[in-house]
Write a protein that binds this ligand. Structure first.
Ligand SMILES: Cc1cc2nc3c(=O)[nH]c(=O)nc-3n(C[C@H](O)[C@H](O)[C@H](O)COP(=O)(O)O)c2cc1C
Length: 219
């Protein structure tokens, strides 16, 4: 069994998404002690920003690609290999500037250029179990002043669930900026409780990150 893990926080220390992913990974490993873990750290080692343009221009493969285009096509293939070879996925992604991190968008775009990801009846990654771990500095729930401002989660779900067909589970921890933002001081207790809950959930979600047993069909 292989677990593929994406990290996207720009920081190594104090990262909530990395803590959630560490905890979920430990849960998965407790159930799969022989399992391997493959990691791609988009936050610390982003993909080259020019790769998508080169790979997109080479789509369709005319045989006259430049060396930069061939390199980008090879990188896209390697990214899709990582996804294809995984039995389960951990996707640890913070919100930045009310949206998806640019380095995650670059990864998704590049993955898309590989011929294996073209639309088909059963997508390449259909039903693969995946855990999306999210951190938000603020809060976006119904009734909050910024309800509707989180443009990251809906887009990620559109891609991972609706387009790639992953069997997606979610875990979002909010108010992560309360600890350092004086304006959010009154929310620190709530933030600590949210983090504690998120970590406990991540452990059990990691333990259960396996394909769902097929439901018995009764005619
Ligand atoms: C440049 C930058 C922009 C951010 N923008 C937002 C934002 O738009 N909304 C929000 O809720 N939090 C925002 N945050 C806070 C992060 O989402 C929060 O700190 C989160 O915990 C980061 O993930 P990490 O803990 O894994 O590093 C931003 C943080 C940074 C550094």
């Amino acid at each position: 069994m292989n677990l593929f893990r994406i990290d996207a926080s720009i920081r190594r220390e104090g990262s909530v998404t990395r803590a959630l992913a560490d905890t979920a990974q430990a849960g998965w490993q407790s159930r799969h002690p022989e399992g391997t873990v493959t990691e791609r750290d988009l936050g610390v080692e982003p993909l080259p920003a020019t790769a998508w343009r080169e790979a997109a221009l080479a789509m369709g493969g005319t045989g006259t690609e430049s060396s930069a285009q061939r390199q980008a096509v090879g990188l896209a293939a390697a990214l899709v290999d990582e996804l294809e070879q995984a039995d389960a996925l951990l996707l640890a992604i913070p919100i930045y500037n009310f949206g998806v991190p640019q380095h995650v968008k670059a990864w998704v775009d590049l993955v898309y250029t590989d011929p294996r990801m073209r639309p088909r009846a059963t997508p390449l990654l259909a039903d693969k179990p995946a855990l999306l771990l999210l951190a938000r500095g603020g809060t976006y729930g119904e009734g909050s002043p910024r309800h509707g401002w989180d443009h990251s989660t809906p887009w990620l779900r559109r891609i991972f669930e609706d387009v790639w067909g992953l069997d997606l589970r979610l875990n979002a921890v909010e108010l992560t900026l309360a600890e350092t933002n004086p304006a959010m001081e009154s929310l620190r207790g709530k933030a600590a409780a949210a983090l504690e809950l998120g970590l406990a959930l991540a452990r059990s979600q990691g333990e259960e990150l396996s394909p769902q047993p097929a439901q018995e069909q009764v005619a």
